[in-house]
Design a protein around this ligand. Structure first.
Ligand SMILES: Nc1ncnc2c1ncn2[C@@H]1O[C@H](COP(=O)(O)OP(=O)(O)OP(=O)(O)O)[C@@H](O)[C@H]1O
Length: 381
């Protein structure tokens, strides 16, 4: 019905361009990695680990639709990259026994692109629209009508002579996914019957995902190795699975084929994932923020340019984890490093640093001492 290999990819996505390509994978290996990633996807709601509330909400929506023998309400999923939005969309279609069509916001440049998709949907089909916030504006308006009235107004002609011909389309369920729910216009947001907010996963949930994936890969994974990988996976299943595949490579090529704690640690060190899960981009952001901007505040675009990345990548991929882990704070005047960031990079904040002096005065947080560690990275085993 669908193949992960063919699914569209976006900017805040798997194999990011730029010097800090994420998640320990090169772009040449991208297609192969995506195929493997697809093989590790849970196929049913009860195989989907974590996100208890979302699962319960979703199962109610699906059960009710099945009971009424109607297509369920449109569903919006919001959350960072790699938290399982695509997986859930595939599960929704599978649970409903419906076909799934996958497209993405950036692929819809004109309303005609959307009309072509909508007008060929089968009754009850699930349409997964990834990165829905990046769809062209005129297409958005067409989508409103399609979601509400299952109708597409095809405009024929131009200028004053243009006429809209209404075209009925089959009732379908839209599953929209976004990493930036705030960017969706209210009229679009309001047309979804339910929004699933995907959160970061706990270490224990990631361990369960890792054991499940190791079983599918057919490579033994020690308990302590799973704990180590889970703790460094930034609360994100995609990262956990990626790291696991690198540990498997290491175990098979340099070890005895078993993913032990030592193998996991050696792999994570090789790929520069530190003890708290920060990788090169995270550390580069903190390094620039601390050394060049004395802890901030500094604007997002300045920060992004300084590390050679797109602002969206910094904002969507790196920042949520840095904020959640207490390294970075967003303030009205810009991004500010916390005492934890200074400590993690082994740097001493100047007395006038935002947070530095205030925190010291309050005795709050460890501000760290002992100067720099030279390369701005720390915590690597
Ligand atoms: N709850 C989960 N249980 C088990 N595996 C999961 C879970 N969520 C995600 N995964 C795994 O993580 C990988 C990434 O998930 P997915 O592609 O669904 O994320 P996404 O939120 O759609 O990301 P993006 O927004 O970047 O497209 C999948 O290969 C899947 O195997």
């Amino acid at each position: 019905m669908y193949d992960d290999h063919d699914r569209p990819t976006g900017p805040a996505d798997r194999d990011l361009p730029g010097p800090y390509a994420r998640e320990a994978v090169s772009s040449e290996a991208g297609a192969d990695e995506r195929r493997l990633e697809g093989a590790l996807r849970p196929r049913a709601l009860d195989e989907f680990v974590g996100q208890e509330r979302v699962r319960e909400q979703l199962s109610l929506v699906l059960d009710s639709a099945r009971k009424r023998n109607r297509a369920p309400d449109h569903i919006l999923m919001s959350g960072g990259p790699g938290l399982g939005k695509t997986t859930l969309a595939m599960i929704i279609a599978a649970e409903l026994g419906s076909p799934l069509r996958i497209t993405s916001g950036p692929a819809i440049e004109r309303s005609g692109d959307l009309a072509a998709v909508l007008s060929t949907l089968q009754e009850g089909e699930v349409l997964f629209l990834d990165e829905i916030h990046r769809m062209a504006r005129p297409a958005e308006e067409m989508l409103y009508v399609a979601m509400e009235d299952f109708r597409v107004d095809v405009v024929v002609g131009k200028g004053p002579g243009a006429t809209a011909i209404p075209l009925e389309i089959a009732p379908f369920t839209l599953v929209g996914a976004t990493t930036r729910a705030g960017m969706l216009p209210a009229p679009l947001r309001d047309r979804f019957g339910f929004t699933a907010h995907m959160d970061f996963y706990s270490a224990e949930e990631l361990e369960r995902i890792l054991h499940r994936s190791a079983g599918l890969l057919g490579v033994p994974l020690a308990e302590d190795a799973a704990r180590e990988i889970a703790g460094r996976s930034r609360g994100t299943p995609r990262i956990a699975n990626r790291l696991l595949r690198r540990v498997r490579d290491y175990a098979e090529v340099r070890g005895d084929g078993i993913m032990s704690l030592d193998t996991a640690r050696a792999t994570l060190e090789l790929y520069e994932v530190d003890a708290l899960g920060l990788d090169r981009l995270d550390r580069a952001i903190l390094d620039v923020l601390l050394r060049r901007f004395r802890g901030g505040p500094v604007g997002l675009s300045t920060l992004a340019v300084s590390v050679g990345e797109e602002a969206e990548t910094v904002e969507v991929v790196a920042e949520p984890f840095l904020v959640r882990s207490g390294f970075l704070a967003r303030t009205p005047r810009g991004r500010v490093a916390t005492p934890l960031a200074w400590a993690h990079l082994g740097l001493t904040p100047p007395p006038d640093a935002a947070f530095g002096a205030a925190a010291a005065a309050q005795g709050g947080g460890t501000t760290g001492s002992g100067g720099t560690n030279g390369n701005g990275s720390s915590g690597t085993p």
